[in-house]
Design a protein around this ligand. Structure first.
Ligand SMILES: [Zn+2]
Ligand SMILES: [Zn+2]
Length: 443
């Protein structure tokens, strides 16, 4: 296993953040106060990397889906056994919340001991794996989204920070989350109190997502809107079935449904600002049983992606009305069910800068990319960032030396994520938490 090494030629050793440290953003860490914060080095991370790879592969092979991940939970609990931390598990899902108490805790400007949250999601997908890995799952489930790496990386960050815990000026909450893939595990963990697990609400939150088709070890993020909100609209067009040869004796819901497919795009292109866009896709269109029958009913299920609260709210108010009235104009009736599934993932501007600067400081500016545009996928870490300032970003995990045209994206049965970046993932997360606590404790 080859760990990527942290660059240490142009920047300071990440081992200590003290008055001699030069970071990419001098404001990122106030070096004037007398904090004696020790943070892990690349060597520390490389020391634990083999154990993280073993854990990642065990998680991969034993992948589970949804909110109940008993084997995954057990593997994580075993991996962190013996650490001097507070561990609790979820009531309604197999989550794990770990609180690491700093040994140099001090109150911040708001009079509380600051806490910072790091998150890793743990669930897989109902995909039959075709990676050819010797640790591939054979259960019809797969870590096709790379959450096995998120879990192992978070365990790594915990181990690294635990080693230096006596110098931490605050607490770190580790959020091991089931059910990211459509189960709102983040929302459920928030309901069970993860944001307040340390006592006072966490002051900042960070997470990363691996990408199977992005260059290994390159991180990307951006301030502001980062990932889309997801809403789901289910349209039932109620017509009147009849013989296919005599449509005038019925009301054809397929014809009217097909009209809606086109009209939805007219709505998007004429009514929304291209700089605060909406993406509407009819992902399911079901109706009919035979070529010579006009059915009673057709159903369309539509996904709506948006990047701001304003666009999300407008679409929710306008789309059901548009659909209902268009269908009525043709003499049929529509039932529309509209559901907000996830809010947009919005990075705090300052925290997104801190996120990229911390990575650049550790591993070199050439490996930290500020994205020009948000990503149109959705993510339930949005629920955390709705409540707490923080940042989310992506971490390239393509197999080293794999040509770009042979890489497959997350969720593909052939998505192959490298674990060569695990040491860096763990080191990065550990520094995000440690350096943020240092900032908070000095303000
Ligand atoms: Zn996914
Ligand atoms: Zn994912």
């Amino acid at each position: 296993m080859n760990s990527l090494s942290a660059t240490d030629t142009t920047s300071v050793s990440p081992s200590t953040v003290d008055s001699s440290a030069t970071v990419a953003d001098p404001a990122a860490i106030d070096t004037s106060a007398a904090l004696d914060l020790a943070l892990p080095t690349a060597d520390d991370a490389n020391d634990i990397a083999p154990g993280l790879v073993t854990l990642r592969r065990a998680l991969h092979e034993n992948v589970e889906v949804g909110l109940d991940l008993p084997i995954t939970q057990k593997l994580v609990l075993e991996a962190i056994e013996g650490l001097d931390v507070e561990v609790s598990t979820g009531e309604n899902l197999s989550s794990i919340v770990v609180v690491l108490r700093g040994g140099a805790r001090k109150t911040d400007s708001t009079g509380v001991v600051p806490a910072v949250l790091l998150r890793g999601d743990m669930d897989g997908l109902p995909v039959t794996e075709a990676t050819g890995f010797d640790f591939a799952a054979t259960s019809g489930r797969m870590h096709a989204c790379g959450h096995d790496l998120h879990t192992a990386g978070l365990v790594g960050a915990l181990k690294l920070l635990h080693r230096d815990r006596e110098t931490l000026p605050g607490d770190v909450v580790f959020m091991f989350q089931p059910g990211e893939e459509g189960f709102d595990g983040a929302g459920k963990m928030i309901d069970e109190g993860v944001l307040d697990a340390a006592g006072p609400r966490v002051k900042a939150a960070f997470g990363i997502h691996v990408s199977a088709d992005a260059d290994l070890g390159v991180v990307s993020s951006r301030p502001g809107p980062y990932m889309a909100a997801f809403s789901k609209m289910t349209i039932t067009v109620n017509g009147k079935g009849t013989h296919a040869s005599r449509p005038a004796t019925g009301k054809d819901p397929i014809q009217v449904g097909a009209m809606l497919v086109g009209q939805l795009q007219e709505y998007v292109s004429r009514r929304f600002d291209i700089f605060d866009p909406l993406v509407v896709t009819v992902g399911q269109f079901n109706g009919g049983t035979a070529p010579n029958v006009i059915p009673d009913v057709a159903q369309l299920v539509v996904s709506v992606r948006s990047f701001s609260d304003e666009a999300t709210t407008r679409a929710e108010a306008e789309l059901p009305q548009l659909v209902t009235e268009l269908v009525a104009a043709h003499g049929l009736e529509a039932d529309v069910d509209y559901e907000r599934v996830l809010p947009p993932t919005i990075n705090n501007d300052g925290e997104a800068d801190f996120f990229l600067e911390t990575f650049a400081d550790l591993f070199g500016a050439d490996r930290a990319v500020e994205r020009a545009n948000p990503i149109p996928g959705s993510e339930d870490f949005s629920r955390v960032l709705e409540r707490v300032p923080g940042a989310y970003g992506h971490f390239g995990a393509a197999l080293p030396n794999l040509p770009v045209d042979e890489r497959e994206a997350n969720h593909s049965p052939r998505a192959r994520h490298s674990d060569d970046g695990l040491a860096d993932q763990a080191l990065f997360l550990a520094h995000l938490a440690g350096r943020k606590l240092a900032q908070l404790a000095q303000n």
